[in-house]
Design a protein around this ligand. Structure first.
Ligand SMILES: Nc1ncnc2c1ncn2[C@@H]1O[C@H](COP(=O)(O)OP(=O)(O)OP(=O)(O)O)[C@@H](O)[C@H]1O
Ligand SMILES: [Mg+2]
Length: 256
């Protein structure tokens, strides 16, 4: 290592390697004149699964959308793999290796299952652990239902199949930080179990996951840590070990 530049580059790479997958501080966000997030602090280590709980309208979807740069004005800091993204447009944020699965799933109705899978561009962050993105073969091995339905039109898929497709599609991009909004919503228990296994597989493969969930029973055994939001703020934060002791508080806050 000779030059200062080389040393600086190596130091930066080292810093990026040790940085949190996601570090949000004092995040405020607006939709037009509506001030929705009032100083959110949230951090997620690499390979962690973190769940964002809260009542309807608490600001959970807005938090995910703010991370992606999809709200109106945002202030504060959002570091992804150590890089500050608060000033970045959405396409650059995606290229930091983030995949967002919105509540409405966004499956293209006129395209087949496989065509939906082939749509996304490659966004995997350089030097990231999971930079390559899954091949169609890997996707079909992980989601046998999608393999069976590969030629079916988007709208012909069941709700569960559409949800798997929505998650599978972001895995194709090479994203290693996954933002999943209410993936269990409205699905039959057997499908929810399949999704739970999917989350555990992704975790074992080193993905970092932020899940917004209303379904506490689904989220509880999957997450390493929990955040609870209310009125655009984080009001509780704890790990799995503290979960039992927090149940009365969760009962009050969420009715679980
Ligand atoms: N596009 C928008 N324009 C203005 N206000 C919005 C918009 N989207 C959401 N809001 C408001 O922001 C607040 C937070 O909404 P958000 O969608 O983040 O809630 P949530 O926690 O995801 O709850 P849920 O999904 O259960 O409704 C709500 O008061 C909502 O009315
Ligand atoms: Mg929501």
């Amino acid at each position: 290592m000779n030059t200062v530049t080389e040393r600086e580059t190596a130091a930066a790479a080292g810093a990026a390697e040790s940085a949190k997958a996601l570090e949000i501080t004092r995040l405020q966000a607006w939709y037009g004149e509506s001030h929705i997030l009032h100083g959110v602090d949230l951090s997620v280590g690499r390979g962690e699964v973190v769940t964002l709980l809260g009542r309807n309208g608490a600001g959970r979807t807005t938090t995910l959308r703010a991370i992606m740069g999809l709200t109106g004005r945002r202030t504060g800091s959002i570091r992804i793999g150590g890089r500050e993204t608060i000033q970045m447009p959405t396409y650059r944020i995606a290229h930091c290796g983030v995949g967002y699965c919105p509540e409405e799933r966004g499956i293209f109705a006129s395209l087949s299952c496989e065509e939906n899978l082939l749509l996304p561009p490659h966004v995997g962050a350089k030097g990231a652990k999971v930079a390559e993105g899954m091949s169609l073969d890997e996707i079909y091995a992980m989601f046998p239902n999608l393999a069976e339905r590969r030629n079916s039109q988007g709208t012909r898929l069941s709700g569960g199949e559409q949800q798997m497709l929505a998650v599978a599609r972001i895995l194709r991009t090479g994203a290693n930080l996954l933002l999943l909004d209410e993936i269990s919503e409205g699905l039959a228990p057997v499908i929810v179990q399949t999704l739970a296994r999917m989350i555990l597989t992704l975790k074992s493969r080193g993905y970092t996951i932020v899940m917004v969930e209303q379904n506490f029973r689904f989220a509880a055994p999957l997450a390493d840590r929990f955040y609870v939001m209310e009125h655009g703020r984080i009001v509780e934060h704890f790990g799995t070990a503290e979960l039992e002791g927090k149940m009365p508080v969760l009962h009050d806050l969420l009715g679980v």
